[in-house]
Design a protein around this ligand. Structure first.
Ligand code: CTP
Length: 319
């Protein structure tokens, strides 16, 4: 009941999938694509059995008081103290409460976006979700600029803002956040130990500069619930990627979900090299077992959902 009907052979081996990358099994026709509204409703209903994105998208102020000690979601032996700054930035109510949209874009970070000319189309959606504070201004023609909801793993501070070592790194960060106005900034602060200092610095900068951005910190149960949903549907992911998490959350709020920038393969269908991220020089890591993600398997799943009209995946040019 409620399964996506992904055949076993389809999801069995991500190795096979990787080897076949670039072959026709990845093709999905954009022409003639039509939304399958009853499937969309069915998926929303099934996901609701595992999580309620309206609630799980963020813990709220009343969930904790300053000084509370919580266990990291993916590292239960380690703990985090809820600081005053963190507590003061928790929303009073879910930032997604009662928000519903006709069409949404979930923008992944693959280099497949370069030269796509998808910027206008992405910005035309009612609600645009982006990942890991990806830069937009320099890439506007291909990725657009609208960002209603943007995620930020704590590691972004190190990767893209020099660990805030210099004043100029901090200024760049504050500038990036000020561009978001009152959009939702979603920070998975409770996943694993290691990023707590970064989260504290981010929180301090937001407070000090009185930034309008609306901070959200995913609930302690979200990642397990999302994983549970996909596992029940025979998609054996170790840890959902940010992009898959965002699609899963978006099913609650959006009638039509359009995905861009999802292409976890080093080559396109014509054999041309594709960067891992459209904006930096990070290399492909998901082929190694060290990677916590199974993006190729996730992609394969999303492709099946595209072909069934549950979502629309764009990996080519937008015209
Ligand atoms: N993505 C993709 N193909 C790529 C790069 C990214 O499909 N070549 C999608 C994935 O769904 C990914 C999302 O875009 O989750 C955002 O990219 P990134 O910021 O790299 O995602 P994370 O999942 O946060 O990766 P990591 O845990 O490695 O930071």
């Amino acid at each position: 009941d409620g399964e996506l009907c992904l055949s076993r052979s389809l999801v069995n081996s991500s190795d096979k999938i990787i080897r076949k990358a670039g072959s026709t099994i990845f093709q999905h026709s954009v022409q003639g694509w039509r939304i399958n509204s009853s499937l969309v409703l069915e998926i929303r209903k099934n996901i609701l059995r595992f999580l309620d994105a309206e609630r799980d998208v963020s813990v709220v102020k009343s969930s904790f008081k300053p000084g509370d000690v919580i266990h990291y979601v993916l590292d239960r032996r380690r703990t985090l103290n809820i600081s005053h700054d963190l507590h003061s930035l928790l929303p009073e109510v879910s930032p997604m409460k009662n928000r519903r949209f006709k069409t949404c874009a979930v923008v992944g970070n693959s280099g497949i976006l370069l030269d796509s000319e998808c910027g206008k189309e992405i910005d035309s959606h009612n609600f645009v979700i982006r990942c890991n504070l990806a830069p937009v201004v320099e890439f506007a023609a291909d990725v657009g600029t609208k960002s209603d909801f943007i995620t930020m793993n704590p590691s972004v501070v190190q990767r893209a803002f020099g660990g805030f070592r210099n004043e100029s790194d901090r200024e760049k960060f504050v500038h990036r956040l000020s561009m978001l106005n009152d959009s939702v900034l979603w920070i998975p602060a409770f996943m694993v130990k290691g990023g707590e200092k970064h989260v504290e610095w981010v929180n301090a900068l937001i407070l000090k500069n009185k930034l309008k951005v609306r901070t959200a910190y995913p609930s302690l149960r979200l990642i397990h619930a999302v994983r549970g949903y996909w596992l029940t549907n025979k998609v054996p992911i170790k840890r959902p990627s940010t992009g898959l998490l965002m699609y899963t959350l978006a099913t609650r709020f959006c009638d039509e979900i359009h995905l861009y920038g999802f292409w976890p393969f080093p080559k396109d269908l014509n054999g041309k090299a594709v960067k891992y991220h459209y904006y930096d020089d990070l290399k492909y890591r998901y082929f190694s077992n060290a990677s916590p993600h199974r993006m190729p398997l996730e992609f394969k799943t999303l492709n099946v959902l595209h072909n069934r009209g549950a979502l629309k995946l764009t990996t080519g040019k937008c015209r």
